[in-house]
Design a protein around this ligand. Structure first.
Ligand SMILES: Cc1cc2nc3c(=O)[nH]c(=O)nc-3n(C[C@H](O)[C@H](O)[C@H](O)COP(=O)(O)O)c2cc1C
Length: 447
């Protein structure tokens, strides 16, 4: 019996940040945001028959470390970034099949603007665009859009659902055959096939229709990532496919089950909704070479940059750490400051014991493995990685696949994925050998 095929995305979000840009062979002779580099990456990924090129996004500059953004800028931590929409347009013009996933925040953007933009991108890419909607967790992003405080967690998801309601009304406001372009009569559009939109809700008041021709996919493929129970419920409401975090397999199995339940509760068929699991990866001819490449991550940035990353993620300034402390003391301090007690400190306390004393240097040494994603990066040969991916794919219901990324060196590590891992997965009948769909939506449904 033919095996169910996986879907693969390639996430290039961090390839120029966190010191990756200066790893051997990385961005050689190029500087972000060199559009020709991105075009090369697109051609390469399409050669590997990947479903999609993807990027996350955010606008704020980390400023929790010492209450300043200087170290983030100095060491390139979550900085610089770029609105990738024009860059993905450029990539789409040198490829024919591979799709493009672009991230926008439903917490900050306006649905009319976003729906209209996605319509244009769907035209330009000829039906190969996906929108990844995020709710944003960072105060510095919120400040860019005029918010003094981050919207409450549940309200951000309420807003996301209403945001998508409005977008869907707008995308559906022109029927697929609304355009006439009839030279003989001069009629351009059929008014009976263009529909008014009058939306008034808790967050948005929007009148339509969109003044655009209907696009090849009608709507972009919608992707959404959110791991909390409310986030999973929103996934079931919003997403065609879900972007899942790179957690331990039992947690991924749990999220798959929770998503299936939420989908059924909303009357949707779980068999059609895949999860693409975030998967940091390094592949090489030998395990030793792959591990050596992964270990380079530990040399990518200085301690201060590690501090920037950890402080930004937790909302707590780790520059204030004393020379020696226990993780229980640090945890209490973080809670007292209303920062996020989950994440790195919590996991370190589980690993080392909350009462054991550690030094500031030891804390950053552990933190370095997290900040560089060394701890989650899977390094190996094509065969060992294919084994790993097949196991995770089957355990999580053989739907969706993986968002490969966090490579060490760009574009060499992507070339290794295409030259080593892709043929191995194809040999195992787990990956397409040619694109069969016309649109991204069709390719994602082809298994
Ligand atoms: C795999 C994954 C990718 C994400 N990518 C982004 C991103 O690119 N930009 C962003 O602002 N938030 C991103 N987020 C954050 C989510 O949108 C969300 O705000 C966060 O996970 C908190 O929601 P939750 O409590 O439901 O998980 C991502 C989350 C996950 C799990």
């Amino acid at each position: 019996m033919a095996k169910t095929k996986m879907h693969l995305g390639f996430d290039f979000s961090y390839t120029h940040m966190g010191g990756r840009w200066r790893m051997p062979g990385s961005w050689a002779g190029r500087r972000f945001p060199d559009v020709e580099m991105f075009e090369d990456v697109a051609r390469l990924a399409e050669r590997g028959c990947l479903d999609m090129i993807f990027s996350g996004d955010g606008t704020g500059v980390p400023d929790t470390w010492r209450g300043s953004r200087d170290a983030a800028i100095e060491w390139g931590m979550n900085w610089p970034r770029q609105d990738l929409n024009p860059i993905m347009v450029a990539m789409s013009r040198v490829t024919r099949h591979i799709g493009y996933g672009l991230t926008y925040s439903s917490t900050f953007m306006h649905p009319y603007y976003t729906a209209r933009l996605m319509n244009s991108l769907d035209h330009v890419t000829n039906g190969r665009i996906a929108m990844n909607l995020v709710t944003s967790t960072r105060k510095s992003d919120a400040a860019n859009f005029g918010f003094d405080e981050l919207m409450e967690h549940g309200a951000r998801y309420d807003r996301m659902e209403e945001f998508v309601d409005v977008c869907r009304l707008l995308w559906d406001s022109a029927e697929p055959d609304a355009m006439l372009w009839d030279a003989a009569s001069g009629r351009v559009g059929d008014p009976a096939k263009i529909h008014d939109v009058h939306h008034q809700g808790r967050f948005f008041k929007v009148s339509g229709p969109l003044n655009t021709p209907p696009s090849p996919q009608g709507r972009p493929v919608l992707i959404q990532a959110g791991g909390s129970p409310r986030g999973v419920r929103a996934s079931a409401y919003v997403a065609d496919h879900v972007f899942g975090a790179d957690m331990a397999l039992p947690l991924q199995v749990k999220q798959r089950a929770a998503l299936d339940e939420a989908l059924r509760a909303q009357g949707r068929d779980p068999s059609g909704v895949g999860i693409l699991w975030q998967t940091p990866i390094v592949v090489a001819e030998t395990a030793r070479e792959a591990e050596a490449q992964r270990d380079r991550l530990l040399t990518a940035v200085p301690d201060e940059a590690v501090g920037v990353y950890l402080s930004y993620n937790s909302g707590y300034d780790f520059a204030t750490l004393p020379a020696r402390f226990t993780l229980a003391e640090l945890h209490a301090e973080i809670v007292a400051q209303n920062a996020s007690p989950v994440g790195f400190v919590h996991e370190l306390a589980l690993e080392l014991g909350a009462e054991s004393e550690i030094t500031r240097e030891e804390f950053f040494e552990h933190g370095r493995r997290v900040a560089t994603s060394w701890n989650t990066t899977i390094a190996g040969t094509a065969a060992s990685l294919a084994d790993h991916l097949e196991e995770a794919f089957e355990a999580t219901g053989s739907r969706g696949g993986f968002m490969l990324g966090h490579i060490v060196s760009m574009p060499g590590d992507l070339a290794a994925i295409v030259e080593l891992l892709v043929p191995e997965l194809q040999r195992r009948g787990r990956l397409r050998t040619a694109y069969r769909g016309r649109t991204l939506r069709e390719n994602l449904a082809d298994s």
